[in-house]
Each structure stands twice: as structure tokens, then as C-alpha cells.
Design a binder for this molecule. Structure first.
Ligand SMILES: *Cc1c(COP(=O)(O)O)cnc(C)c1O
Length: 293
């Protein structure tokens, strides 16, 4: 299997796309690995290191049928020589999604739980043992945030603001914890009415005040999208060559346009957008919806 290549995570200037705002760049984390793409490897790296260091042999984690985290964990575990089990939300489907097919192909054991059981995030008793490391859904937790903080190692120039998409908020927390003084982190929530997210991020960031979370850009809710969003994603691709995904980065890039129009980011601010990957999620779309994928 190909290994992670963080050297491919270049900064790409797309100021022109945003109408000549002073400086808008994108950190292309989508390019570091074909499967463990984007922020997922950063969130997983310390969980994997901890598992190996404690001489455990198996990783268990949670996610839905289209989860970037599930497939990234399957690949990262395989690469580290670890067994993996994915506890998947919902009954076993007759036809696996491409995400689940890929995870299974990578050797991940898939266990399906009813939505009611899944809500409790209970781990079956045969997986509760000393050889197993349990990673919370989405890699949420202190180790996940610490790993996400290492994204800064790839950012070699100063920015006033960094914007990222938020699911569990682990990446936002990690970026905020490791940010240089004077840089603010703005998170765009991709979920609708997820009011507990602010608190979940605060649990990880403690007293840190260099970040904020915006709730107005979910376009209908998790994994939902509007025709305008699809149009915007295609325009972004035509103008910059950057593919985005429907669940996370499409919403981030679109929100940024609105925020610049609203002067939320004054023109003299240097902005960095994190392209956190997730392109495999676009396989849920009908063919030809996007110009790419
Ligand atoms: C998982 C994911 C996120 C969300 O990361 P959190 O740390 O859970 O907030 C953002 N973008 C993409 C592409 C993802 O796959």
C-alpha cells in the first residue's frame, strides 16, 4: 500500500477565485494519500502510535456507511500491521457502499449495529480486552486533536485566519491548540443544529479563545446539499482545479465566499483554508453531478 506523503500537501493560492481578496490559500491535505486522505491521517497518527507502543494488535472504531474516518482507519491500521474492526451505524445493507467495500477489502471487520444500539457506542464484549485500542467516532479526543495539531508542520508562512470544516471538531481543536499567536481558527459546522459541538470542542481546547464555530453553512444538514453548492463546487474546480466533497469541503469553500462578501474576513487578512480531503464521499452522488469524480 502507498504510504502517506505529506510533501504533496502544497499551499495553493486561490485569491483570484475569491475576487482578489488579498490572500486566500488552500492547504491541499487531500493529496497526501489516495485513501487515508485529508485530516484523517493526522487525527489517527497518535492513536496508531499509542496502539503500537502499548503492543496492542487491534483497533476498533465507529462510523456510518459513507464515513471517511472508517475507510481511513481501515487503511491506516492495515499499513501499521494492525487488525481493525469498524462498528457501523445501521443494519447491514444488501449492497455495501463503496466506502464499506473498500474498508472490507483493506481487512476491516465490519459489525453492524442498529441505530439505537449505535447511539450508545457500546463495544461488543469480545472486543473489550487488553489487545484492543478503541478510537472514538471521528477520532474525537485528546490524541486526535494533538495529531491534528501537527498539520501546522506543513504551514510554512503566516496567516491571520485558518478556516476548516467541522464534524466532531477534533481538527479545529487541534489547530487551535497548536496555532501561532495571532492566528484565529474559524470552523464551519457541516451539521444542522449541533449545539453540543461548541462544548465538545471546548472540552478539548480548555481555556483557549483563538477559535470560533459557525453554524449557518450546513446547506440543509449532514451530507445534504443544495443545487447552488454543486454549482459552486464545479465552479471552484473549473477555476482552480481543486475538487471538493459534498459533506465537508464543498461547504467550507462556499461558506468562505459568503464570509468574504460579508466582510467577516476584512480584505487585508491572509486566509488559509484547510482542504481536509474526503473526496471518496462523492461516490454517493449520482454520476455526472460533478465535473470530476
Ligand atoms: C472527517 C472530516 C472533517 C471533520 O473533521 P472533525 O475533526 O471531525 O471536525 C472535515 N473534512 C473532511 C473532508 C473530513 O473527512
Amino acid at each position: 500500500m502507498e504510504s502517506i506523503n505529506t510533501g504533496l500537501a502544497v499551499l495553493q493560492d486561490i485569491s483570484d477565485f475569491y475576487g482578489g481578496h488579498r490572500q486566500v490559500e488552500v492547504l491541499r491535505l487531500d493529496r497526501i494519500h489516495p485513501i487515508i486522505s485529508g485530516n484523517k491521517w493526522f487525527k489517527l497518527r497518535y492513536y496508531i502510535a499509542d496502539t503500537l507502543q502499548k503492543k496492542k494488535t487491534e483497533i476498533v472504531t465507529f462510523g456510518g456507511a459513507w464515513s471517511n474516518h472508517i475507510v481511513a482507519t481501515a487503511a491506516a491500521a492495515a499499513e501499521a500491521g494492525l487488525k481493525s474492526t469498524g462498528i457501523i451505524r445501521g443494519e447491514e445493507p444488501r449492497q455495501y457502499s463503496p466506502t464499506l467495500q473498500k474498508a472490507a477489502e483493506l481487512g476491516m471487520q465490519l459489525l453492524f449495529q442498529s441505530r439505537a444500539d449505535y447511539r450508545n457506542k457500546s463495544v461488543p464484549s469480545h472486543l473489550q480486552n487488553d489487545h484492543t485500542c478503541i478510537i472514538p467516532e471521528g477520532g474525537y479526543g485528546k490524541l486526535g486533536a494533538a495529531g491534528a495539531g501537527t498539520i501546522w508542520e506543513l504551514i510554512n508562512k503566516p496567516f491571520d485566519a485558518v478556516c476548516c470544516a467541522c464534524g466532531t471538531g477534533t481538527m479545529l481543536a487541534g489547530l487551535a491548540l497548536a496555532a501561532p499567536a495571532g492566528t484565529r481558527i474559524t470552523g464551519v459546522s457541516v451539521l444542522k443544529n449541533n449545539h453540543s459541538l461548541q462544548e465538545e470542542i471546548t472540552t478539548l481546547t480548555g481555556t483557549q479563545t483563538n477559535w470560533e464555530l459557525l453554524h449557518g453553512f450546513h446547506n440543509g444538514g449532514y451530507a445534504r446539499y443544495t443545487p447552488e453548492q454543486i454549482r459552486f463546487m464545479n465552479e471552484l474546480y473549473k477555476a482552480t482545479g481543486i475538487p471538493s466533497d459534498i459533506v465537508y469541503t464543498g461547504k467550507l469553500f462556499m461558506a468562505t465566499a459568503q464570509l468574504i462578501r460579508d466582510n467577516y474576513f476584512p480584505r487585508d487578512k491572509r486566509l488559509l483554508l484547510i482542504h481536509s480531503g474526503g473526496l471518496q464521499g462523492n461516490t454517493s452522488l449520482p454520476g455526472h453531478t460533478l465535473l470530476y469524480s
